[in-house]
Structures are given as C-alpha cells and as structure tokens.
Design a protein around this ligand. Structure first.
Ligand code: AMP
Length: 554
C-alpha cells in the first residue's frame, strides 16, 4: 500500500492527512469503516480508510495537476457529501489551505470569504455555481479552477473528468508539513468590518483528537455522530478530523434535520457519541420523551452540545429521554478545540459550562483603561472569559489582519468576547456576549455583514441589526432601518427588504423582521448603539442586558 507514504518529499510528516489516513493504513486498519455517509433517502455509503485514502490521493493528484499546492486556498461550497471531505483531505495532502463554506450562504457572504481567503480553487455543484457564484465570478480573478461534482457550467471543469485525467499518475509529491503549517481557515464574524479568517495549523488536529477522547469519548471504532455542518468549524474538527485521528467511525448525514430521522439514525447506526447543538436539542425536545422511547437508543453513551447556551430544562429532558446528562462544551472558532466542558471530570451540572480541560488556563477578567486586564477572582462576579496563550489548538492569527489579531489579546490573555462567571465550585458559567455578535441556531452572525446587505437597497439610509431572544433558535436576527427621505416604511417595503437580504445573504444570515425608525441611537462618535436597540426591543432599561442570562444561578 503506497498511499500517502510515497507522496512525501522529505522529512517527518506532521500533516492532518498523515495523522488521519496514513497512520491507520500503516497500522493495518485499512479495511475498517472510517466514515459512513447517509444519503437523504437514508441509504448508507461506507468508506473504509483504504477507500478514503485512495480517493483523497486522486483528488490530491488533480489539484497537483492544476498547479495547486502549499499555501493555496482550496474552498468547498457543498452539502455534507463525500467530495467535501475528500477535498479537505486532499488539500491537507497538498499542504494547501482548506475552507468550507455553508451551502446555505448567499452570494454576498460567499464572495467576501472567497476573496479574503485567496481562493484559487473551488469544488461545488452546478446548481450552486449557477445560483451563487456565476454572477460574482468576475470579481474573483484569483479563483482559477472551479470543479463541479455534477453537471456543467461555463468557466468550470467537471470533477469527474479532472479526476479521470490523472488516473494512473504517480502520487503527487508534497512538501513535508510540520505542525505549524497552515491547514485551514474558518471565517468568523466580528461586530465591525468583514468576517475574519481564523488560521489553523496542522498541529491543531492533536488538540481536536485529545479533547474528543476526553469529552466526547471518541476511540478506535467508536460510532460517533457530530451533526454540525463543516461550514462551521465544529463540523470539520469533530465531524472529520477528530474521528479520523482517533480512529473512530463517524456518521455523516447528508439529509436535513428531521426528528424521526435523527432518532432512526442513532438507532440504526448504534451511535455511541452524539455531538449536537442546543437548537437541535430544543427541536427534539418538542417531540417530548415518548418519541425517543420508541427507538432503541441504548447505544448512546455520550450526548454533548455546543454553540449556544444549553438550557437546564434541555439537560433534564435529556436525562428523561436518553437516561444521559447532556454535556455542555464551550469553544469558538479561534480556540480550535473544546476548552471548557461539563461532565468530563465530574457529574453534569445543568446550566454550567464546567471546567477547563487539562492544560487550559481560563479566567474571568476585566479590561482596564490601560489596555491590560485584571483577573476577577471573586466568585459570581461577571467578566470576560479569557484563555492564557498558548494552547495547542489556538488559531495562529486572522488572515492578513495583524491588527485584529493583536486586538484579540491583552498580554498573554486571549479575550474571547464572551461574558462569564465562576460559581462557588469554580465551574464556568456562560452569561452572554460582551459585544453585539448574534448567536442564531448556533451560527455566529456579525451584524455588520447583515447591515451592509440592507444598505444596498436604495431606500435604506441606515441599518442596525441585533439578535432578539427566540425560544427555539436562541436569537433571531432583527433589523432596525432608517429610510431615506421620500420613502415610507410600508409592509410592502419591509417584504422587499427582507427578500433582498435573503437573496444576498441566504436564509441563515438574513433578518426575519424589520422595524422602521426615524433615527438610530448612536454614540457621540456616531457608532450605532445596537445594545440600546436591543434593550428597547425587550423593554429593558437601556444598557442592562444582564437579565438575559440563560443559565440558572449557582
Ligand atoms: P463560533 O466561533 O462560530 O463557533 O462561535 C463561538 C461562540 O458561540 C462563542 O464565543 C459563544 O458566544 C458561543 N458558544 C459556544 N459554545 C457555547 C456554549 N456551550 N454556551 C454558550 N455559548 C456558546
């Protein structure tokens, strides 16, 4: 078996592809099932390590033939289909930099990310290309190669033909990768400016695997299902990298969320570790405790959640429905792997995030006028959650943006932008965001991106976008709009604006409602006070969002 080993020009290979593929082939595990894709019709497509490595090698040869190699940006705009995962593995084999975009994004967020990520290759479908890329292609001169996994479109190549053209070619030689070689970029939203590309290195795979073993129980041959889409870092870290590096056997569901389907998947595939989101769990909770009892869910050992506050009542429902306490886990795009988790070293305490993982030094801090931070030691005092650098999975910076990278740190502390506190037992508890970031169905949405899309309408003078509490999806995106003179805030205009935003941004980022206003509240320097908008919307005293805390006191 020559896959992988021959492809390395020299030196030790610390790449994700070596850890995820070659090591298992060398260990004789090639015929074990690594990934099982479940189609929309529930048909299963098992991929052994052998098949995965051989196909990833073909993809790598295809990229090599196109002249794509170390440091180049390879993007996917796909659903959870094999080509997405093979592109990632091949990108790592080529030492290229992989980025996956949500297929639900609209043309605007896609263009921004392709441009900022220096994409030179994209793998997508003919339909997505026609609907979302064709019109913006001219604005992306660096995007040389677009490979379509189906159909045809002008200016694109067929993936199948490009793969056939390299059939029988010797393995593409790649430079050795060390742990610090950039491997992937995930875009994440700030409150101002364009989304930032957090750069992660090959070495982050070790942190993902270690945390998955400790918190999620990933182990060789363990059946695991991380429901996150790879458009979100969770889907790449715990849906692809951690399962392959730990030797687990992962389920990848190409279908959409549906209550019965999800229980059926767990039962049929004997899922042992299930990593999902509070929004999904709240939707399942609507089905009560009787529905899950109709399925054989006895294989489940660990249920864990990430991305938004996990309501204590969901934990209690989980206990009744599955006989398991759902483990909350905390991390973010920049941290690269789970840093704080509930239940990995003690019983689950509902409403708490739990304790930092071994080697992680987390603290609650306050920012001082000098720019430094001071640690808050008194329990129950709210401050910003900070992590002492370095830690293995830490992002290595924001792409092309040293200034914003520097702003994320104060001395040795990385400032997360989350407000938290510690309880008397030292557990961390999530309080909210310290900034205007919106958290909707697990998506981190930057209001600036949404406001910019609304501003494109000729009627809009100004827009302020906030998240308002929603019992199901955490927060829903709401826009406050000031119209230009001569325009009237009619229901028809509202519908037009909502439709424009949906077309430009896609359903995930687009606002669900709009309120027209004569003026927006602003600071003296003219910055929109989104927090004031939010307080007014909620009927709270202005500036007081503390009552939004979701966790139970403890
Ligand atoms: P992202 O970088 O898109 O993964 O979003 C990270 C953000 O999601 C964090 O900064 C938090 O605001 C939020 N988040 C992640 N995990 C949790 C959690 N367990 N509880 C509450 N909020 C969370």
């Amino acid at each position: 078996m020559t896959v992988g080993q021959l492809a390395i020009a020299n030196g030790d290979d610390a790449s994700i592809s070596a850890l995820a593929l070659d090591r298992w082939l060398a260990a004789g595990a090639g015929e074990r099932v690594a990934l099982t894709f479940v189609g929309p019709d529930l048909r299963t497509d098992p991929w052994t390590w052998h098949r995965l490595a051989a196909e990833a090698e073909r993809f790598a040869s295809m990229f090599a033939a196109a002249g794509i190699g170390k440091g180049d940006g390879i993007f996917t705009l796909l659903g959870r289909v094999p080509a997405l995962y093979l592109t990632a593995l091949a990108a790592w084999r080529r030492r290229a930099v992989f980025s996956s975009l949500f297929a639900s994004f609209g043309p605007q967020p896609i263009a921004t990310r392709l441009h900022r990520g220096h994409a030179c290759a994209l793998v997508t479908t003919a339909d997505l290309y026609r609907r979302k890329i064709a019109a913006i292609r001219d604005s992306l001169p660096a995007l040389r190669d677009v490979f379509l996994i189906d159909g045809e479109a002008a200016g694109c190549q067929s993936l199948a033909s490009a793969l056939a053209a390299v059939e029988g070619a010797p393995p593409a030689v790649a430079a050795a990768a060390d742990a610090e070689t950039p491997a992937f970029v995930h875009f994440t939203s700030g409150t101002t400016g364009a989304p930032k590309g957090a750069v992660h290195v090959h070495g982050a795979a070790t942190a993902m695997a270690e945390s998955a073993r400790l918190v999620l129980g990933y182990a060789p041959a363990a059946k695991v299902w991380c429901t996150a889409d790879p458009g979100w870092i969770t889907g790449v870290a715990y849906g692809l990298i951690a399962p392959l590096v730990t030797g687990a056997s992962a389920i990848i569901d190409e279908g959409d969320f549906e209550i019965g389907r999800w229980y059926q998947l767990i039962a049929r595939h004997r899922v042992e570790s299930w990593y999902t989101s509070p929004t999904a769990l709240r939707m399942l909770m609507r089905g009560g405790v009787e529905l899950p009892r109709q399925y054989d869910l006895s294989s489940l050992r660990i249920v864990a959640s990430v991305g938004e506050p996990l309501n204590p009542e969901v934990v209690r429902w989980g206990e009744a429905a599955f006989g398991l306490s759902i483990r909350d886990t905390w991390w973010q795009t920049e941290t690269g792997s789970i840093l704080i988790a509930n239940g990995w070293n003690e019983t689950v305490v509902p409403g708490a995030l739990g304790y930092p993982l071994p080697g992680i030094d987390a603290a609650i801090v306050e920012r001082l006028p000098s720019g430094a931070v001071a640690e808050i030691v008194a329990p129950t005092d709210i401050g910003e959650l900070a992590i002492r650098r370095p830690w293995p999975g830490m992002f290595r910076g924001f792409l092309d943006d040293p200034e914003r990278t520097a702003q994320a740190f104060a001395g040795d502390w990385y400032l997360t932008g989350d407000l938290a506190r510690r309880d008397a037992a030292g557990r961390f508890r999530f309080v909210g965001r310290a900034d205007d970031i919106i958290s909707s169905a697990g998506h981190r949405i930057g209001p600036f991106e949404v406001e910019s899309a609304l501003m494109e309408h000729p009627s809009v003078a100004e827009a302020g976008v906030v998240g308002v509490p929603d019992p199901l999806i955490g927060e829903r995106v709401k826009a406050f709009v000031v119209l230009k003179p001569g325009y009237e805030g009619t229901p028809e205009l509202e519908r037009g604006l909502l439709a424009l935003a949906r077309r430009r941004l896609g359903p995930t980022l687009a606002p669900r409602e709009i309120t027209f206003m004569p003026a927006l509240p602003k600071t003296r320097s003219g910055k929109i006070l989104r927090r004031v908008l939010k307080c007014r919307e909620l009927g709270l005293p202005e500036g007081d969002l503390s009552t939004l805390e979701t966790a139970e006191p403890g």
